[in-house]
Design a binder for this molecule. Structure first.
Ligand SMILES: Cc1ncc(COP(=O)(O)O)c(C=O)c1O
Length: 367
């Protein structure tokens, strides 16, 4: 076994894509998913402490002590998921410990052997893992390519259900899904639409409700995944949809059933972030300004806070990242196999706390 492990790692090394942990050094942050700066907000930190201190009567303090189905549930958790579901306009919601577990739990619960899943080629690894566990037949369609998706949907009959899996804003390059067109197709072909809003929640729509809400697509969505560790600056995730979906997840989603649930300090942090979301207009405006600056400077830039610049090949990408890091900017590269070979890129994340001068200096460096 040791030999096999060493062999696999040495292969990775020789292909230039060995993954290694590194510690964040405090350079100017153009890499994290903390788009609104909430993870560093002293104001939010203070309100979370106050919220925690006000909940002394709750039995489970530091740890939740068990899974949701055993001792890890609370009125606090139930009220929180009802509140988040109502905020996003859904009948029900079920908390998961993170977005990865939400996607794996969702796909493996709702889809089975007789079903077919059509997924965007750039979909996140957590959805792919969920699809694998579902044992459904799965078909990728070219990234954001509506015609290709329709050709896929037209082909063959299905015994069970059909699902379409997309992200509203894609994590790799910030591209935006043609949500309305995909909703139309899901109606036309009676496919159930699953939207991962990990990179849209907090940023798009009224008070940061997300892109599904902004585009009025809610009635067409079967399930939405929202995560709290990106623009919301904390941790955890929720699957939103109908009461029936929630009951199915409670019964069959193993990543929710067989794990210790989120502790009170996480729940309190999520609650406080949702309290603050409507008050973050200034931050969302600053982000929009930075996106405009980026778009004015670089042709083909995305419409969102995630920008990417192709640098083909892992070795060339590593060199480019190193050069940028040496100038005091934290920018990361997306190497293959995280992205397809040949599709390697610098991923630049814009934040409400980045200044225009910082961005201009970075853009000058990568000209
Ligand atoms: C699109 C998308 N979905 C899901 C996840 C997983 O979310 P979490 O980090 O909460 O596990 C990520 C995070 O990388 C993501 O980018």
């Amino acid at each position: 076994m040791t030999v096999q492990m060493e062999y696999r790692l040495s292969q990775r090394k020789s292909m230039g894509n060995l993954r290694e942990l590194s510690v964040v050094k405090g350079d100017v942050d153009f890499a994290s998913n903390d788009y609104l700066g909430l993870s560093r907000s002293l104001d939010l930190k203070e309100t979370v402490f106050q919220e925690l201190n006000s909940q002394t009567r709750l039995l489970n303090g530091l740890g939740s002590t068990g899974s949701r189905l055993l001792t890890g549930n609370s009125e606090y958790a139930e009220a929180l998921e009802n509140r988040i579901a109502a905020f996003h306009g859904y009948e029900a919601g079920l908390l998961f410990n993170c977005g990865y577990m939400a996607n794996v739990g969702l796909l493996s619960t709702v889809a089975g052997g007789d079903d077919r899943i059509y997924f965007d080629a750039n979909i996140h690894a957590s959805t792919l893992d969920g699809i694998r566990l579902s044992r459904s037949q799965a078909f990728p369609f070219r990234h954001n390519d509506i015609e290709h998706l329709e050709r896929r949907l037209k082909k063959g009959s299905v015994k069970g259900n059909r699902f379409i899996c997309i992200e509203s804003i894609y994590s790799t390059d910030g591209s935006v899904a043609p949500l309305k067109d995909i909703c139309d197709l899901s109606e036309k072909y009676k496919a159930l639409l699953i939207v991962d809003e990990a990179h849209a929640v907090g940023l798009c729509g009224i008070d940061g409700r997300g892109l599904v809400a902004e585009k009025n697509c809610l009635p067409h969505v079967f399930a939405q995944v929202s995560t709290f560790g990106k623009a919301l600056g904390v941790h955890g995730a929720i699957v939103l949809g109908s009461n029936l979906l929630k009951q199915s997840l409670i019964n069959f989603a193993t990543p929710m059933i067989y794990t210790t649930s989120l502790p009170l300090h996480s729940l309190a942090a999520i609650k406080c972030v949702y309290d603050q979301l409507p008050m973050l207009e200034k931050e969302r405006e600053q982000l929009k300004k930075l996106i405009d600056v980026f778009r004015r400077t670089r042709k083909g830039a995305s419409l969102t806070q995630i920008q990417s610049i192709p640098v083909q090949g892992n070795e060339a990408l590593k060199k480019s990242v190193l050069k940028i890091n040496r100038s005091g900017f934290d920018v990361r590269g997306l190497m293959s196999p995280t992205v397809h070979k040949g599709d390697e890129r610098l991923r630049i994340c814009l934040h409400a706390f980045n200044s225009e001068d910082e961005l201009l200096a970075l853009l000058e460096l990568i000209k």
